[in-house]
Structure formats: structure tokens, C-alpha cells
Design a protein around this ligand. Sequence first.
Ligand SMILES: *Cc1c(COP(=O)(O)O)cnc(C)c1O
Length: 387
Amino acid sequence: MDPAAERLALGLAELERRDLRRARRVVESPQGSRVRVNGRVLVNFSSNDYLGLASDPRLADAAQSAIEEYGVGAGASALVSGHLRIHERAEERFAWFCGLPRALLFGSGYLANLGILAALADRDAHIFSDSLNHACLIDGARLSRAQVTVYPHADVDALAEGLAASKAPVRIVATDAVFSMDGDIAPVPQLLELCERHDAWLVIDDAHGVGVLGAGGRGTLEHFGVRSPRIVYMATLGKALGGYGAFVAGEARVVEWLMQRARTYIYSTALPPMAAAVAMRALELLDEDPSLLANLHRRIGELRSALVRGGFRGTHTQTAIQPAILGPAARAVEVSTRLAERGMLVPAIRPPTVPEGTSRLRISLCGAHRPEEIEALAQALHEHLAA
Ligand SMILES: *Cc1c(COP(=O)(O)O)cnc(C)c1O
């Protein structure tokens, strides 16, 4: 083997040795509360399809109509000729949906966060980032070349000290709204208050809050009842909303700046028109069919009370993400394998996705789960975690 390939082989062997080498499951059915893997149907506690919309025929119809009207591809980036009428309409709908003046569509949440941070911050800026933020906020901060301070998870006092000491002309606080591996909710009102006091932007990533939190499923801003010209709000379309893509919303001038300067917006092909149509239909369904959201919150309540009844101690969150932290990667993999044998797909999440020593099961709930499936999961967790 030549030295370049040898290096990769060693790297892969090292991942293997540390129980960190990943393999993909091939899913043989649509995404949903049950999926077929290797010919076996498993109850799926591993997807971000929290409302069961990914395979909802009403969204498939919306995609088909959009294909008939607009074809399958946007064909160019938005600033060249890829911004179709359906994208324009979707942006208006998103702005209205989250109660902010203007919205901009991005190819994905990952692209949106890279674009936001690199466009708002330059070398002279100072970004304050929660220690449990998603990889794309971390990468966006790096890409901007700004000074970055990672503050301890949700620690408002530490953040206040950092902001007070910062002399940078541009300050940005960046946070997941719902933390993707823990399911807890960021203290948004307190963060906003600090941003107002210190003239900072508040960049909020609501990938796991949109379609889940708030009485109408409008996300973390609705949950807390906050709006502010300082908020730069990012929500993804590929999780609870069932499709693909993302939007950023905020004050008209911020959104205009992103349109002019966010490189991941400017230099990337606009979303397929059907993705815009699917997302708009998903927003309508949240209003038309309140059972979507109500069922999810019922399932969350059932799992929480079953875990409490079983004496299981862990963090019980208000969101669709319920972690069971086990520590060593091998232990998380072991329990996940046992659950799969019992017909339940619950992923083991290991470093580098979570900090060393905090490998866990990440249980994600879906409104389409049945109450007895939740009960069976709680029972199995109780047996395997007590052992
Ligand atoms: C999934 C996720 C993203 C990325 O969104 P995509 O649209 O999948 O690229 C961003 N932030 C958080 C917190 C996420 O969980």
C-alpha cells in the first residue's frame, strides 16, 4: 500500500478498535414509526421525522403537483435564475409562520448555519457558542475566522461575563434551540436579554423545535413567546416537517445581508421546487390537522411517565428527543443491539457526536408511534439498563 492509503487504513482500524466505526443500515421501507431493515420490521425510535410526515401521502401529493408545474430541478443558484415563484411563495409563508419579517430558503440546515455565521461575522467579530451546539454552528464559526468562545452548556452567567468583557465590534451568540443529542431547550429569553444588553445577534438553530414546540408547532420562538430584531432564526425542513431544506428568518435587513453575502446561499443550487412545495404543505397540515402535534406530545408524555414508573433515572425532556446516557461507547452499542433484537431501533450515539464518556441511546419519538410501542420500549430499557 502507498503511504497515503496506508494512513487511511490505519485511521479506519483505529476507529474500529475504539468502537467508533459506523456502518449504515439499509432501510427497505419509507421512513416512519416502523421501518423494514434486513427484511425485519422494527419500531423506529431513531428518526427526526417527529410527526410522521416524511411518508405522508398529503406531502407526496404536494410534491407531485409541484413536479408537474415546475419540473424536478431549480437548475441554477437563486441569484442567477433558480429562484422560482414557488420559492418566493415559500419564503413568504415561512416568514409569516414564524412571525418574523422576512425569510430566505437554504439548501439544508448545515448550509444555512455555515452561511449565517460566515456572513455575519468576520475576523474582528466574536462568536459565543454553546458547548453542545450542533457541528454546523461549530463549523460556521470556524469558517468565519472570528474569535470563538465556547461557553458551558446553557450557562447564562458565563455567557454574560464573556459578553461584558468582549470589545469586538460584532458579537454573536449562537445556540441550538433544542439540543440535538440531549433534547433540552436553550434558555432563549435569557440569551435574548443578554444579546439586547450587549448589542449582539442571537442565532437560533431550531432544527428540533420547529414542528414540535409551541401550541401551533411553530417552534421555540412560539414556545417562549419571544420575537426580536436581534434574532436570526434558522429552521430545517427535513425533520418534523418531513421534507428537505432549511430557511432563515429575521429582520428584513439581516435577511437581505444574508442573500447578498452568505456564500452557501450564493454558490449553491436553489432547492428543488418540490421541496419548497412539501414544506409549505407541511406548515398547512400543522394548522389543518392538530392531531399531528397532539399525538407527538401524547407519546412524549407516555414515555416520560413510563420511565418514571419504572424508576429509570435520566433526563426527561419536553421534546421528541429523550436521551439515556450510558457512558462507554461499547455499552451504548451493546444495549442498542439488544433492543434491535427485540424489534426496536434505538441508535447508540458515540463520540465525536457526543463528548467522550457520554455515549448514549438517543430515543426519538414520533406522533405515529402507538402507545403500546412506547410501553414496550420503556419495559425493555428498564430490563437492559438494570442488568
Ligand atoms: C440536523 C441538524 C442540522 C442540519 O440540518 P440539515 O437540514 O439536515 O442539514 C442543523 N442543526 C441541528 C441542531 C440539527 O440537528
